[in-house]
Write a new protein. Structure first.
Length: 588
């Protein structure tokens, strides 16, 4: 079957799933909860709270409960071999697949990334350059330098040579259409916490919907290309390419409001709501507080008849679709009113989820793992919500869907533990990619500008400690629950620690569901040594038009400017390999 026929088959198979999803989603009617949710009075909410600080968890889009199924245990090595640490410090091994031209370009790019005034003002400098020289000249320069180093090409056809070179080195590719979007600076998360500002920004550009449909087609082609590669195929998707960023921010605010409502009912802060707590708070906030009504609603929330409601149960029974009806029963208006999605927004959310289902169905049919990328923290509750819904459907027997956790976020440890618990309770296989985070400058700058606490750990040491703690718990989930994880790190110490832990726990690195990932153009010593030693190593392979991937390139430059230790070491290794090759030519 040729590539065109395969793509047509994937589209037809996925389209049926999308149609079924859209029909069932549109037919969902408000449940008993429609008269349950009430407003938290404004005085109970701190002003200018960042929408992600409350650690909102993903909410279901459908009501059906899943029966738990036993998860397979991870493959282990019965006869443990002596552990030999990997050598990540040999330039000849790390760069043996690189041409001398590649190494010269890498040295130049790494050197440029260390000029902090240029990197920190890259966006402004690019805009100025385009005004002075024109987009054609500037894009041409970028394409021959930063783009060539960090990206594989502008189309699926362009990336084939880079993919083939990676496969020859024992490294897989994660195809990533790297175009991304953001809300306007004026529509930041802090403004959304103020009622008047929140109501204003509800306009949506319908050209965006057409662009999202085009991006869906591109992602489908990425899935098809990943299926044709060697080993386990991976493809990555971004929700800002599939839905309006303003919509994602609105959905995130609604999910956080639902989470905050749980906290309002949990009077003694023991992470469960008792019947007594429920009645006390309900009578304070809602109009229809008869004993019969409150008992009926509590029993609805307490689906397991335990006498208490934990957050997992709460989040399975409370839906975004209910909020517009819920706010009619509150005694006083409050923040929840401003997070209620309009009919237009619910329709757009339905379109977004339809695209996601189409992609997930295609990935499952092709045997490809689908990674949902993390993005800005004020979009992340919506992204988590969508990824969890996909996992419930498509991870019953195989962990097809991976969500991404940015471990530089202060609440990332709490969120991933809750999501792993959710997977165990509901009987699906958990999949996740673990990264430190790629929006450091944006997150801290926006937090300072808008006056809310930074969601990022205060120090790099705290981020390292959090990342290593999460990796350790992830490896336990691999061994005990059959979960799969990608350890996506450029930190040599973290990779060495993960490799040692895998050996200590008897996890066979050749077959177990533990993958290692690094970005194209970065951390080559880690990727190529892991690949040469039989570990399941992968490179993120970004592609897309130069103009559309410019934000991605700026972030790569900023990341290389921030993480100076690793970049300086890799730059020194590149220089050492260049010297070795030059001396070898001199002796010839």
């Amino acid at each position: 079957m040729n590539a065109v026929a395969r793509l047509v088959a994937l589209r037809q198979h996925a389209a049926s799933s999308q149609a079924i999803f859209r029909t069932s989603y549109q037919q969902l009617q408000p449940t008993a909860l429609s008269s349950f949710f009430a407003e938290i009075p404004p005085a109970t909410q701190p002003p200018l709270a960042h929408p992600y600080v409350a650690s909102a968890q993903p909410q279901p889009l459908e009501e059906e409960e899943a029966s738990p199924q036993p998860a397979p245990r991870a493959a282990s090595r019965p006869d443990k071999e002596p552990f030999v640490p990997l050598n990540f410090n040999d330039p000849q091994i790390a760069f043996r697949s690189k041409t001398t031209g590649d190494l010269l370009l890498a040295y130049g790019v790494f050197s440029a990334c260390q000029v902090k005034p240029v990197v920190n003002n890259a966006d402004a400098l690019l805009k100025l350059s385009k005004r002075l020289l024109g987009s054609t000249i500037v894009n041409g320069i970028v394409k021959r330098t930063f783009f060539r180093h960090f990206c594989a090409g502008e189309s699926q056809e362009d990336i084939k040579p880079r993919m083939a070179a990676l496969y020859d080195a024992g490294i897989g590719g994660i195809l990533d259409y790297a175009a991304e979007d953001d809300v306007d600076a004026a529509d930041g998360p802090a403004s959304r916490c103020e009622p008047h500002d929140t109501v204003v920004a509800r306009t949506y550009d319908y050209d965006t919907e057409a662009a999202c449909d085009r991006h869906t087609s591109i992602f489908l082609r990425s899935i098809d290309a990943a299926a044709q590669g060697q080993g386990q195929g991976f493809a990555a998707i971004k929700l800002t390419a599939l839905g309006n960023p303003k919509l994602l921010e609105r959905v995130s605010a609604g999910l956080v409001a639902i989470r905050n409502l749980f906290g309002q009912f949990d009077l003694n802060h023991d992470n469960v709501v008792s019947h007594e707590e429920f009645e006390e708070v309900y009578a304070e906030l809602f109009n229809d507080a008869s004993p019969e009504r409150m008992d009926q609603l509590f029993r609805y929330l307490d689906k397991d008849n335990t006498g208490v409601v934990d957050f997992l149960s709460w989040s399975r029974r409370i839906r975004l679709q209910d909020i517009p009806q819920v706010i009619k029963q509150c005694k006083a208006p409050g923040p929840l009113s401003f997070t209620a999605l309009s009919e237009e927004e619910l329709r757009l959310l339905n379109n977004l989820m339809g695209r996601l289902y189409q992609l997930a169905e295609a990935a499952a049919a092709a045997g490809v793992r689908l990674m949902v990328d993390a993005e800005h923290s004020y979009f992340q509750p919506a992204i988590d919500h969508a990824a969890m819904e996909l996992q419930r459907t498509f991870n019953r027997h195989t962990p097809t869907i991976f969500n991404t956790y940015q471990c530089y976020l202060k609440d990332s440890h709490e969120r991933i533990l809750l999501d792993m618990q959710r997977a165990r309770q509901e009987g699906f296989l958990f999949g996740a990619k673990l990264v430190r985070g790629a929006y450091l400058h944006l997150e801290r700058g926006r937090a300072k500008e808008k006056g809310y606490p930074s969601p990022i750990h205060d120090s790099i040491e705290a981020t390292h400690a959090n990342y290593n703690r999460i990796v350790e718990e992830a490896l336990s989930a691999v061994a005990e629950d059959g979960a799969e994880f990608m350890i996506a790190s450029h930190n040599q110490a973290s990779v060495e620690r993960a490799v040692a832990l895998m050996h200590e726990r008897g996890l066979d690195h050749r077959t177990v569901g533990v993958f290692f990932g690094q970005l194209l153009g970065m951390a080559d010593p880690l990727s190529f040594v892991l690949g040469a030693n039989g570990y399941r190593a992968y490179k993120y392979v970004p592609f897309g038009p130069v103009e559309e991937v410019m934000p991605y390139l700026v972030r790569r430059a900023q990341e290389n400017s921030t993480v100076l230790g690793g970049v300086q070491k890799e730059k020194a290794m590149v220089a050492a390999e260049l010297r070795r090759r030059i001396l070898r030519l001199g002796r010839a």
